[in-house]
Design a protein around this ligand. Structure first.
Ligand SMILES: Nc1nc2c(ncn2[C@@H]2O[C@H](COP(=O)(O)OP(=O)(O)OP(=O)(O)O)[C@@H](O)[C@H]2O)c(=O)[nH]1
Ligand SMILES: [Mg+2]
Length: 334
């Protein structure tokens, strides 16, 4: 036990000193849900909350990684360390997308001021949301002033990015056609800035006016509507203006009342989510393993027992754990 927390504490010290190897190891611990990872998270928590967490989302192939790479170059030019989390839902099927990202990111791969981490969602973005938040904390504690999270926005994922990010860029390529209708539902609300990338291609102006029309419908106050910027990530055109917009918002957000409110809301949500996960895990560990869950579900389905009494029994068991091996929900025997 003491050896374990000792390992966590010494790793935490190295992270706070900005050691990338300590960062890499602690991220692996956190991803594997090892207790040492938790020790590190506890130790570094007071030193978090400083980084700008920037979400970059949009349809597959919109140019998110290319754009991100340009932004990284911009921040590196200012001497800022940048952490990157690439959340990749497709890697469960093939490693192709991650490999592609790696290649586009290659110019930064040997820069010690850039830390890149890929994460596969394997269809459970909720779990990734929690892990990503922990990884953001670790990068933040290690002195990465900007943490970029790239997600492919094809459904729920892009909405969940908001839970973590301070600012969200929605990247759209021209030529979406009717697809723009499909993306509008979730994406319109989460974008702080819209980026029309591949502006060298036909249809960029059309997309811009469609987007403006849509935003005008959605937003009450046009002054509040997110700006739309155009870029060509291939050449870097429009990227300085995008940088400027992001930096302007970043400095405005510091010390704002809106930021304080968001911090409170997020802290509350994070804590409640954690508590819920922990309680459920504990319930699973103490009484719902070894097929008991299946038996219980069977009973519920056949109306042999009711879910209220069953839940009460589980809570009781968590409060007063019986000796190991004792049947927990053994009312069938009665
Ligand atoms: N013409 C043009 N091509 C671009 C531009 N930006 C990126 N591309 C190309 O578009 C393709 C996809 O770029 P990525 O940066 O991988 O796009 P992505 O959104 O990260 O893709 P996924 O992560 O796979 O969803 C690559 O072949 C890029 O070279 C641009 O501004 N103009
Ligand atoms: Mg990408």
């Amino acid at each position: 036990m003491s050896a374990r927390s000792g390992a966590g504490a010494s790793l935490a010290r190295r992270i706070l000193a900005g050691d990338p190897r300590a960062l890499a190891r602690s991220i692996s611990w956190v991803e594997a849900e090892r207790p040492e990872g938790r020790e590190v998270l506890k130790a570094v928590y007071p030193r978090t909350g400083r980084a700008l967490v920037l979400g970059i989302t949009g349809p597959p192939g919109a140019g998110k990684s290319s754009l991100l790479s340009r932004l990284v170059a911009g921040w590196r030019g200012r001497g800022e360390k940048v952490g990157i989390i690439a959340v990749d839902p497709s890697s469960a099927f093939s490693g192709g997308a991650i490999l592609g990202d790696r290649i586009r990111m290659q110019e930064h791969a040997i820069d010690p001021g850039v830390f890149i981490r890929s994460m596969a969602t394997r269809g459970h973005f909720g779990g990734v949301t929690r892990t990503s938040r922990d990884v953001v904390d670790l990068m933040d504690a290690a002195g990465y002033g900007v943490v970029l999270i790239e997600t492919v926005g094809v459904g729920q994922d892009e909405v969940e990015i908001v839970e973590i990010a301070d600012m969200v860029l929605v990247v759209l390529p021209p030529g979406l056609g009717d697809d723009i209708q499909a993306i509008k539902a979730g994406v319109l609300e989460i974008a702080d800035v819209f980026v029309i990338n591949k502006a060298d291609r036909d249809g960029a102006d059309r997309l811009e006016s469609e987007l403006r029309a849509m935003l005008a419908l959605a937003a009450g106050d046009p002054a509040e509507a997110p700006p739309i910027l155009k870029t060509v990530a291939l050449t870097g055109e429009g990227v300085p203006a995008l940088m400027e917009e992001v930096e302007r918002r970043r400095s405005e957000a510091v010390d704002s009342e809106a930021r304080r409110r968001r911090e409170l809301r997020r802290s509350r949500e994070r804590f409640l989510n954690l508590l819920r996960d922990e309680l459920l895990n504990r319930a699973r560990r103490t009484c719902l393993d070894n097929g008991e869950m299946e038996d219980l579900v069977e009973d519920l389905a056949h109306r042999r027992r009711d879910p209220y009494t069953a839940a009460e029994a589980v809570l009781e068991k968590i409060r007063f754990p019986a000796p190991r091996g004792a049947a927990m929900l053994g009312s069938r025997r009665r």
